[in-house]
Ligand binder design. Sequence first.
Ligand code: SF4
Ligand code: SF4
Ligand code: SF4
Length: 257
Amino acid sequence: MKPKIAFFDFASCEGCQLALLNCEDILLDLLELVDLVEFREAISETSAHYDIAFIEGSIHREEDSKRLLDIRSRSGYLVALGACACNGNVQARSNFISPAENYKLIYGEAARDRVQVDKNYWPLWAHTRVRSVEEIVKVDYYLRGCPMDATEFLTLVKALLTHQIPHFPENAVCVECKRNANECVFDKGMSCLGPIAYGGCDAVCVNNGHVCDACRGLLPYANVEAHNELMLSKGISKEAIKSRYRLFCSAEKMSQT
Ligand code: SF4
Ligand code: SF4
Ligand code: SF4
């Protein structure tokens, strides 16, 4: 029997699943080796057990937590797929403001007033804190980035199918950036989260003239304090730094700085 793999989406744009669907060559190879038993984007089948469950999206509601716990209990390996699942992503910024303020920011003052009157609708917005997958269940592997990287996806699946331990280097984005001989954006008057962010993306943003905003999350050994000092020394305000830290990683410790 082929191993069963499944994909589940929570609060996300479904871009990681789409990124995978766009890699038809990878998917066709993969389907030779596994049974795809759940994948809402592509098929309607379901299953009672999964050898590998991929979880896309962050966790918002109590019913999402229960669903995730149920998936975990029926899965061999559980993989967090993309920044929403790994580190909360942009939607977790709402953790730092009240639901009412959040609603006002999105829909404006008039919509907020209307919702305050509608007592049946309001509880939908009085949500709990946005959480990453690992805050609810044990995560075996992480496929980082927004979206996740299809090559890393294939590396992980191949390793698990051949009973090997997949290895993803834990280096900062700066390591890859330097390897690519990029001029550091700090020397060009810009700022960057590369020193504290998980690499593995080949510093793609800096390669293409942008800065790194740490979509792949915070390195476990990152010296956030020193990075904070560096940003302050460049004249960036505390508020602006906090906002940058919270962009992709609001479910992580870095955002508490
Ligand atoms: S990580 Fe990015 S691409 Fe993937 S589901 Fe979340 S928002 Fe979409
Ligand atoms: S541009 Fe960013 S990623 Fe590259 S070396 Fe500088 S701080 Fe590091
Ligand atoms: S350079 Fe930074 S923001 Fe860009 S993909 Fe890599 S980790 Fe994400």
